[in-house]
Design a protein around this ligand. Structure first.
Ligand code: PLP
Length: 370
């Protein structure tokens, strides 16, 4: 069976270094907010191009703590995309703020800046673009709107570690960049983990407080915070993998280019392939957390792939506005047609640095036979 992702294969290459780093942490006796977390924060901030990076317990917490530190609360509206993983919206709901959705661009699956402005009200406080599947959202347009209406921008970079836009890394473009180190992510830990990148000193201080029970030291608490610290062991593992992440992403891009050539090269297959790295006036690098195509008969494609022992997944089958838990938003089918069409037509194919080209060739000929 060709899996969607093969983390054991990736481990083979870094086994010795990871095991020795893990052993060193265990022997250090320092397990919470120790040296490895500080080192990782410093290296990650340099890598992303942000002044501060704060390790937290998950990508969901990165979003939650960023929004809270930015002062988002009850009655505030936060605009995001209906085509994302649930936790983007969950983080807004945690703060009793109101999620507001704007439809997506069909080509990139990302929030469409042209759809954002009509959703702005006097209560709108922030925007959360999600760089879905590792493809940067149209930040130029998003930041322009944010500037015009004085809105905060929190980037959901859970799927886009290493992706760039106009030469800058995602996570350095808005007020806060939120990353997830869930094991399957492009930079993945061996458990949960997350990170917030910010330039503002005061925001960094606030997020550091919030992740550690609001503690300003010496059992003094200047805020009611959370227990949301990046684990020391995970930081040690992430330091090893951070050195590799550019080569992992480069390999993913090569795999995606081969898929694009084989599936869409003739321009007649009826399949829509993802963009590799250019839209109009700006260039970007996609890091292909997922390689996701649109196909008018995607269920038949999945059936054929199953028969050929190839995994595939639907990211995502149900948009946010039709999620049972978000019924209170009062939406119905038809409200976000581009997101709904994506949910009907998408299929994500195996992609990971170690995936063999021969497997991609086999997958593509199976798909083209449908
Ligand atoms: C787009 C998006 N946002 C947020 C998250 C939340 O990250 P975590 O699972 O680390 O809480 C994820 C991933 O799981 C995600 O894909």
């Amino acid at each position: 069976m060709v899996p969607m992702l093969d983390l054991k294969k990736q481990m083979e290459d870094i086994r010795e270094e990871v095991l020795s780093e893990v052993a060193a942490v265990i022997e250090s006796g320092q397990y919470i907010l120790g040296k490895k977390v500080s080192q990782f924060e410093q290296k990650a901030a340099e890598y992303i191009g942000a002044k501060h990076a704060i390790g937290v317990a998950s990508g969901t917490d990165a979003l939650h703590l960023s929004l809270k530190a930015l002062g988002i609360g009850p009655g505030d509206e936060v605009i995001t995309t209906p085509f994302t993983f649930f936790s983007t919206v969950e983080a807004i709901v945690y703060l009793n703020a109101t999620p507001v959705l704007a439809d997506i661009e069909p080509g990139t699956f990302n929030i469409d800046p042209a759809k954002i402005e009509e959703k702005i009200t006097p209560r709108t406080k922030a925007l959360i673009p999600v760089h879905i599947f590792g493809c940067p959202a149209a930040m130029d347009g998003i930041l322009e709107i944010a500037g015009k209406y004085n809105l905060k921008v929190v980037e959901d970079c859970a799927q886009s570690f290493g992706a760039t836009l106009g030469g800058r890394k995602t996570g350095s473009l808005g007020d806060a960049g939120c990353f997830s180190f869930y094991p399957s992510k492009n930079l993945g830990a061996y458990g949960d983990g997350g990170l917030v990148c910010v330039d503002s000193d005061s925001l960094a201080t606030e997020i550091r407080l919030l992740r550690n029970h609001g503690s300003s030291g010496g059992y003094m608490h200047s805020a009611v915070g959370f227990n949301s610290r990046l684990d020391e062991l995970q930081a040690a593992i992430l330091l090893v993998k951070l050195k590799k992440v550019d080569s992992y992403n480069e390999a993913r891009r090569r795999k995606a280019a081969l898929y694009n050539k084989l599936l869409c090269g003739d321009g007649q297959s009826g399949i829509i392939c993802p963009p590799l790295g250019e839209t109009g006036s700006f260039t970007f690098t996609h890091v292909f957390h997922q390689y996701t195509i649109r196909h008018p008969r995607r269920d038949a494609v999945r059936e054929k792939l199953r028969a050929e022992q190839v995994s595939s997944m639907i990211y995502y089958p149900v948009p946010m506005h039709l999620q049972p838990a978000l019924k209170f938003m009062g939406h119905k089918e038809g409200d976000f047609p581009a997101a709904e069409a994506a949910c009907r037509e998408v299929v994500s194919l195996p992609i990971y640095p170690e995936l063999e080209d021969a497997a991609i060739e086999r997958i593509c000929s199976a798909i083209k036979s449908v």
